[in-house]
Design a protein around this ligand. Structure first.
Ligand code: LLP
Length: 446
């Protein structure tokens, strides 16, 4: 099996990452456990930088923090010279609390509240990515009220169907996001933005979808966006400085996934933009990319301990683990598929087919259906690979399961970056109305 980053199998036959034995990590930090390979993430950031520097004169890479937002991850991305894409007041707050440079933050979202916009303005974020005309007017009013000027990008939907799961497609015409490039709507909004003195229209943005393999879709999107920039110049005389093509590059979840390497993906986009700009005689805009999954996805491992094993002769064998859809809803939501190893016998032959089930009270709580593994016994450790993006970020407390700990490992050292939730964390926000207290008289039922 081709393992990413520093993930490997050590002499004891245990899974190892960042020079740490995963069996030891599970013993020390408990399970379920999310482990990030620090070097693996840094290397992906550097791959983006290298490829962009090689193929395009002016660029910025932003980390789409929705993939996994935490103080430590914001700090790491800052160290690697990335900007940040945030999509909510909560992600913005996390970035600010981590001391992330405000000027390098791009604030996204299709329905930002007035409170969120105010938070962004008072924090001095670099850019707001305006999704719709309603937001444009709200923002203009708020900025005018503060006598401040804010840079914006306009989010457009280029009408491209990326080949990915329907729920994670975003660039097609029928989408809740952005202003459609079909018809005149986008040009109208550009014209309106140019009339508003408190807003500085820095450029345009699109994001066609996530876990995309068909890189042709990105190139097509790039062409459409440049074409629109040319139209804007033609109609308004305005030359837009920034072209943000979003994120979306796919990663390897199973052996069947063949994502385009970062360098080839960027080369393709850069070429498409250069050709289109030459066609319209436009100067090259600054190119922005906003990867999330392709930076942190393959660097994450989710480790679970096997408990009950149920064999249904002639049907299937379930191995239940101590996590499941609460910490990883992706299989249930998107039919996402994964590969896994048994961390304590990672090099043992795969002799039996199992279905890895979670511990939630729901038949659909299946992490991996039909995977060949070494023979399992209770206590074995299942390590699910490519667990770094949109897993912890989407975790819930369903069934009142505490969220797992998250650690980062490198060069034999392991650090907790999010501590495991406790049972008392689970009831921290609960309140019992005074009238329901034990000594209160309950209303009669019937
Ligand atoms: N920029 C924008 C505007 C986005 O909406 C997204 C992802 C990204 C960048 C980053 O895309 P990435 O490089 O990570 O593909 N929960 C789903 C994924 C939803 C992605 C939402 N937007 C999943 O688990 O697959």
């Amino acid at each position: 099996m081709n393992l990413p980053g520093t993930i490997c199998i050590n002499a004891e036959g245990h899974l190892q990452v960042g020079d740490c034995d995963v069996v030891e990590l599970a013993r020390t930090f408990g399970t379920p456990l999310y482990i990030y390979d620090e070097e693996g993430i840094r290397e992906k950031c550097r791959e983006y930088h290298r490829a962009l520097a090689a193929h395009y004169p002016k660029y910025k890479v932003l980390y789409a923090s929705k993939a996994f937002s935490s103080l430590a991850m914001c700090r790491l991305m800052e160290q690697e010279g990335l900007g940040l894409d945030v999509v909510s007041g909560g992600e913005l707050y996390t970035a600010l609390a981590a001391g992330f440079p405000q000027g390098k933050i791009y604030f996204h979202g299709n329905n930002k509240s007035i409170e969120e916009l105010n938070l962004a303005l008072s924090a001095g974020v670099g850019y707001i990515v305006v999704d719709n005309p309603w937001e444009l007017e709200n923002l203009a009013q708020l900025a005018a009220g503060r006598k401040s000027r804010i840079k914006i990008l306009l989010r457009l939907t280029p009408g491209i169907e990326a080949h990915t799961h329907h729920y994670i497609q975003t660039g097609q015409l029928d989408s809740k996001f952005g202003i459609s490039l079909v018809g005149d709507a986008a040009l109208e909004v550009v014209k309106r933005a140019l009339e508003l003195p408190c807003l500085e229209l820095a450029g345009i943005h699109c994001h066609i979808g996530s876990q995309v393999f068909a890189s042709e879709s990105f190139r097509l999107a790039a062409e459409r966006m440049v074409e629109f920039m040319a139209e804007v110049r033609e109609e308004t005389g305005q030359q837009l400085a920034e072209l943000n093509l979003g994120g979306g590059l796919g990663i390897t979840y199973t052996e069947n996934d063949r994502p385009e390497p970062i360098a080839a993906f960027i080369h393709g986009i850069a070429t498409a933009i250069k050709e289109a700009c030459a066609r319209y005689n436009l100067p090259l805009p600054t190119l922005l990319l906003e990867p999330g999954r392709s930076l942190v996805g393959e660097a994450g491992i989710a480790v679970y301990r096997v408990g009950a094993i149920k064999e249904i002769p002639g049907v299937r064998t379930y191995a239940s683990v101590d996590g499941g859809m609460a910490d990883n809803p992706r299989p249930a939501l998107y039919q996402a598929r994964y590969r896994a190893l048994v961390a304590n016998k990672a090099d043992a032959p795969r002799v039996q087919k199992y279905t890895i089930a979670g511990k939630c009270c729901e038949s659909g709580d299946i992490l991996i259906e039909d995977i060949e593994l070494p023979r399992l016994v209770p206590g074995d450790l299942i390590a699910v690979l490519s667990s770094g993006a949109y897993q912890y970020a989407m975790a819930s407390n369903y069934n009142r399961l505490p969220r797992p700990a998250v650690i980062a490992v490198a060069q034999g050292r392991a650090e907790v970056i999010i501590r495991r939730e406790t049972y008392s964390d689970l009831i921290r926000y609960d309140r019992i109305p005074p009238a329901w207290e034990k000594d209160a008289t309950l209303p009669a039922v019937m």
